[in-house]
Design a binder for this molecule. Structure first.
Ligand code: PLP
Length: 402
């Protein structure tokens, strides 16, 4: 993969931090954005900005077309059967909240939702907000970060109403066997939501091959604009679900006495959508598709293996969290007793951006017996020489903290 030529597509990578070249290893939190996406945003603001689905005039029709073409692109990208199954949201978080609050109204009091121990708070808290005695049952994992599927099978009861599991852990990098998880749930007649926030930037996703009922992800983690996310839902379930928010666009007909609702997907898209960013998101999909996931995965895996080997050999007191086979390009670690924040600060002063803290996964931190962790995560534009610079900076930080 010609990483150097791809790097030129990301102007942000050229900047310096404290006089040092930026080495951006916080891709799990958000990735940088290629010029083609920024250009699509600029073009829409300069030439086509008009509210969608509401105007007979040319600009509105143009913008509507751009938004609906993006929807079709997303459909193809995840191999959904129908564009009506693609709902635009603000991000993964809003997509899960939509399902929890809408589907949540259809489940009986005292229902049980199965989640895993490695969920992001976005896949924990929305289910808790259902209230009405709804509780979480948690799939445990082993020390390498692999989910215990036997334990998972034992969690089902006649109260189980949903399984909600992450495709890829944002802390451990574990790639969960979502096909098998889905098949087991379906044997019990239970629907499945997969949190794909960390999967879509690393691997091709096929929702029909997975068989899941809902799949959610954010544009900003896969080189797209902020403020856009996707909820894929199987039509049959979405049809049954009540609207999540009320307002313009989601209605059929409104009177003071009674309102009917629009067809899918608009029933779940109340108000003005983030149409400029949705249109630009299409460019991000085209961008990653043109590079190809086989190339991206191979490149990131090579960086992961190289960085892991060097860190393990050269950093005294290093502990890596998450060693599942086939894990994604995420390295979470601690050095001796050093506070993750101190490690992160010392790396930052050397131009290296990593993330520190609980990574919105406090129950996982509890399982790992730590308060927080340092996380370095790789994207298609990172290079071997950046890994070298990261290891040198980490060695320096480790010796200062020793
Ligand atoms: N789920 C996972 C696994 C994540 O890593 C994240 C963000 O880091 C989210 C959900 C929430 O995504 P967003 O903040 O884009 O809604």
């Amino acid at each position: 993969m010609d990483t150097d030529s791809y790097r030129r597509d990301f102007p942000a990578l050229d900047r310096t931090v404290y006089g040092k070249p930026l080495i951006y290893l916080d891709n799990t939190a958000t990735s940088q954005t290629p010029s083609c996406v920024v250009e699509a945003i600029r073009h829409a603001y300069y030439h086509s900005k008009a509210n969608v689905h509401r105007g007979v005039h040319a600009l509105s029709q143009e913008m509507t077309l751009l938004q609906e073409e993006a929807r079709e692109r997303v459909r193809g990208f995840i191999n959904a059967a129908d564009t009506a199954e693609i709902i635009f949201t603000r991000g993964t978080t809003e997509a899960i909240n939509l399902v929890a609050s809408s589907y949540g109204r259809l489940i009986p009091d005292g229902s049980e939702i199965i989640v895993s121990v490695m969920e992001h708070h976005a896949d924990i808290v929305p289910w808790q907000l259902i209230g009405r005695g709804v509780t979480l049952k948690v799939i445990p994992m082993d020390d390498s970060g692999v989910l215990d599927l036997d334990a998972y099978r034992r969690l089902f009861s006649d109260k189980t109403a949903m399984v909600a599991v992450t495709h890829v852990s944002n802390v451990l990098g574990t790639v969960n066997p979502v096909e098998e998880i889905t098949a087991v749930a379906h044997e019990h007649g239970v629907p499945v939501l997969i949190d794909g926030a960390q999967a879509v930037s690393h691997c091709a996703v096929d929702v029909r091959a997975i068989g899941c009922d809902f799949y959610v992800f954010s544009s900003h983690k896969m080189y797209g604009p902020t403020g856009v996310g996707v909820l894929y839902g199987r039509r049959e379930l979405l049809e049954k679900m009540p609207p999540y928010q009320g307002g313009g666009e989601m209605i059929g007909h409104v009177t003071f006495e009674h309102t009917t609702f629009a067809e899918l997907p608009f029933k779940f898209e109340a108000g003005t959508p983030d149409f400029v960013d949705i249109a630009a998101f299409r460019r991000a999909i085209d961008y990653v598709s043109s590079i190809g996931y086989d190339n991206i995965e191979a490149h990131e895996r090579a960086l992961l293996d190289y960085a892991t080997e060097r860190m393990t050999g050269e950093i005294p007191g290093l502990r890596i969290f998450g060693t599942a086979p086939g894990k994604d390009a995420i390295i979470s670690f601690l050095i001796g007793d050093s506070h993750p924040y101190d490690v992160g600060m010392l790396l930052d002063k050397q131009g290296v951006a990593v993330r520190t803290g609980h990574h919105c996964a406090q129950p996982l931190m509890q399982r790992l017996g730590v308060e927080g962790i340092v996380r370095a995560s790789f994207a298609l534009y990172n290079t071997r020489s950046e890994v070298d610079a990261f290891i040198s900076a980490l060695s320096r930080a480790a010796s200062m903290l020793a």
